[in-house]
Design a binder for this molecule. Sequence first.
Ligand SMILES: [Zn+2]
Length: 403
Amino acid sequence: MLLGAVAQAAQITDVKWGVNKADVLRIVVDVTDTAGYAVDMEGDTLNLTVNADKGAQVPHSKAVKSSLADSLKIVDKGSYTVVRVPLKQRLLEKSYKAFVLKKDSATGRPFRVVLDVMPRQASYSGSGAATTVVSNRPVVSNRPTKNNSSIKKNIVIKTSTAADKKADKKKSSSKNKNDNKKNTAAAKTETKVNKSDADKLAVIKGNGRFRTSGGLDGKIITLDAGHGGSDPGAIGSDGTKEKNITLPIAKMLKEILEDKGAKVYMTRTTDVDVFGPNASDAEELQARVNVGEKYNSDMFVSLHVNSSVNKNVGGFSTYYYPKTDNDLRLAKNIQNKLAANFGVDDLGVRQANFYVIKRISMPAVLVEMCFISNEKELTLMKGQWFQKKTARLIAEGIEKYFA
Ligand SMILES: [Zn+2]
């Protein structure tokens, strides 16, 4: 679906940085021509991928004077270049943004890809328990901000991006989602964790045991239909909301899994917020995790649809976080089924710090079921055929995992 690819030999001619009064670290990549870009978090490193060759004059690393980082690494990947920013502090949710500045012939400035990274707010870093919030919110999240949240939301930036290596290689770019994370204290039973003085986050911990084999019969599975209620998730060109795609597929998947003998719970069965309207991201996501923990699930599956500023990007991807020996195996089983049976791009299995797959004790995946920003896939995902087939294939992947 990616249109083909006359490789414009865009080249990076310089990588600059600066820090403003608010301590925001700005990285500016000069490029000879328009180039796609993406941002993603990889552990504690923020990666800015630019679809352009690295010019020979551009160094492989640069020293930086910032509270956020001491250096930048500029890595030549052949058809694209990655500016790696090893962070000295964990970022708050959505505290970076990338954008482009057009070529300005009046001033002689070239096309530029800009990455701004915001430091943590001092008032938040004082909190003992929680450090970072990472959410699986999509690029377009219309979730209203909770007024009394102590998390500073004034630094929320509309988009952040995740490198889509496959698309990158095809001279395309994608924007995915923010990877932020929140560390919550683990406890044996239901526990309150201080997020800040004003904000309490209820954390339920199950018995920590999960089964990974022996067939689907009798297994406990929690399904999470992404978004809902006050949070529509990503929105398609015709107004279709992600929350209204994830729910019917989750319901179909529940039915199929139950027919095969599994016990299935859902984080939501109607168009509602799981925690409550207008909660903070951490509250809402933890509420979903809590459902999986409460029922001592063997598996947790979160369903989403993807979105990208690049309308050509499409396909399935399955995300995991390697907290157990089985997360990756689960992701592979599901992704392989989806990739083999749909004529859309296989974006593969990917590791990510998404809250619901990281902060839960049992093996978990987050499946991105095509792109709502891609017209062809939007039409597909609205149809019963796609929804049923996706549910069936995910069920088959789950069955294979437990085989
Ligand atoms: Zn989503």
